[in-house]
Design a binder for this molecule. Structure first.
Ligand SMILES: Cc1cc2nc3c(=O)[nH]c(=O)nc-3n(C[C@H](O)[C@H](O)[C@H](O)COP(=O)(O)OP(=O)(O)OC[C@H]3O[C@@H](n4cnc5c(N)ncnc54)[C@H](O)[C@@H]3O)c2cc1C
Length: 445
């Protein structure tokens, strides 16, 4: 009876065509990108604007109905898909991108606008979004903010947190808050937008974000450098940080990961002889940066991409890791961060641990941020996940660098967060969402 009443309310708010109850219509929203997480939603609800989101959340709160917010559904920690019986709130229709405010270099983007749409709006105004990664055509501004996404350019521009100049969100009781003044200095009270960044849909539903853009740096050069080991990669990074002020990205992958990509894309090796470790470096500036790169690389074993096609060709080798791994099987994806001086030991220990468990590890990531994507293929159960996360904790790292904790890692949060920190997080969650209806089970188990 209550379920029917809620369904009727939701249809009245968003229109019958935007409440999807039939299994085949719900299906695309119910499974995640990796194929690892899936659950049946009570219904998929697709509001068109903030007013409708407000009314939907208020109706769900009245019925005590849990909600899973979803943007582009490219998240990799299982928190954007239902676990069973929640209302799946899709924000994709809130996809407007406003005019860029030239004086502040800021733009208002709806939560459902894709990263690619944000990048186009920025480029049209002669600016740059300052953030980029492979899922750009689907991942949304709301999802990026809720996950505090990073990507390859975080080295220079920070994670999404650094791009959020303000936001609008709907709280668990259905009230909206809006801090999109565009004013840089605003310390009147607690910084609620900051709290929502990285909250993974557990503290509020983000409806719009005022994004801080960055200057466009049109001159770019990319190099793929082959190295003997991870220590050499760390030395190269140190040299680049010192000698290459235009450094924008420094990612890494290993030779077995490269082989997986080459087989998947049917491509020849980019560098001969092959190397155990590869670092892909990008420099960006207003003027020519090729000489700066050449000086920093010295005699390194490298292939350089200067024009757009060559740069994209080199980046494809790094970005296609995710796709090549997905084609090889359903991977356990552990996005972690470790201090750079412990990276080499960590990678060795992960390999050993995963192989002992009879599984295969594919390792790559954002070298400059100490951010490693540990992909485990062929694992039985979650024991290997825990073993890898313990290796991270032992080295003073974080169990989540840029993908979030989600449901995948919620039970291990105490490995990197103290009892006092988790108690504070629970107190915040209780204060803002006393019924625990916003993405229950994500972040806090
Ligand atoms: C090929 C590929 C490459 C990737 N590369 C990177 C990378 O380099 N760096 C990186 O950081 N991530 C990367 N990701 C992960 C993913 O794209 C990011 O986490 C992205 O921010 C998710 O955005 P989304 O719109 O798809 O969010 P979803 O997957 O829909 O949701 C992610 C989380 O945010 C919550 N959420 C979504 N929208 C809202 C909203 N409006 N309000 C409140 N909560 C919301 C969801 O409940 C969920 O907890 C990659 C993913 C893929 C598939």
């Amino acid at each position: 009876m209550a379920a029917d009443t809620l369904a009727r309310r939701l249809r009245d708010i968003v229109g019958a065509g935007h409440v999807l109850s039939e299994p085949d219509l719900r299906e695309p929203y119910e499974g995640d990108w990796s194929g690892r997480f899936r659950g049946a939603a009570r219904a998929v609800v697709r509001p068109a604007d903030t007013a409708q989101v407000t009314a939907v959340v208020a109706a769900c709160a009245e019925h005590g109905a849990p909600i899973v917010p979803q943007g582009g559904n490219t998240g990799l920690v299982g928190a954007g898909v239902p676990r069973g019986g929640e209302v799946l709130l899709s924000l994709r229709r809130l996809d407007a991108v406003g005019d860029v405010d030239a004086a502040t270099a800021q733009v208002d983007a709806g939560a459902g606008a894709t990263l690619a749409a944000l990048q186009s709006a920025a480029a049209a105004a002669g600016l740059d979004a300052g953030i980029d990664f492979g899922a750009r055509d689907s991942a949304t501004v709301g999802g990026l903010t809720a996950a505090d996404a990073g990507g390859r350019r975080a080295l220079r521009h920070g994670t999404m947190r650094a791009r959020v100049a303000g936001l609008e969100a709907v709280l668990a009781d259905g009230r909206a808050i809006d801090r999109r003044t565009g004013v840089l200095k605003d310390n009147a009270g607690y910084d609620l937008p900051a709290l929502l960044v990285g909250s993974e849909g557990t503290l509020g539903v983000i409806t719009a974000v005022r994004v801080q853009l960055v200057p466009r740096l049109p001159e770019r050069v990319v190099a793929l450098v082959g190295l003997g080991d991870v220590e050499e990669a760390a030395d190269l990074l140190a040299r680049l940080r010192r000698d290459a002020p235009s450094l924008e990205c420094a990612d890494f992958f290993l030779d077995d990961g490269l082989q997986l990509v080459l087989d998947h894309l049917r491509l020849p090796a980019p560098l001969e002889p092959r190397a155990p470790v590869y670092v892909i470096v990008e420099l960006a500036g207003r003027g020519d940066v090729t000489e700066e790169l050449a000086d920093a690389l010295g005699e390194a074993h490298a292939v350089v991409g200067i024009d757009g096609t060559d740069r994209d060709r080199l980046w494809r080798l790094r970005e296609s890791h995710t796709e090549a791994i997905a084609a090889a099987g359903v991977a356990h994806k552990l996005d972690v961060g470790v201090p750079l001086d412990r990276l080499a030991g960590f990678l060795d220990a992960v390999r050993e641990t995963v192989e002992e468990a009879g599984a295969r590890a594919v390792l790559f990531g954002h070298l400059g941020d100490g951010n490693v994507h540990v992909n485990v293929l062929g694992a039985e159960g979650d024991d290997v996940d825990e073993a890898v996360l313990r290796l991270v904790a032992e080295r003073g790292g974080t169990i989540s660098a840029e993908h979030g904790v989600g449901v995948a890692k919620a039970r291990w949060l105490s490995l990197t967060r103290s009892e006092a920190e988790i108690a504070a997080m629970r107190a915040i969650k209780r204060a803002l969402d006393p019924q625990n209806i916003l993405n229950p089970g994500a972040v806090l188990a």
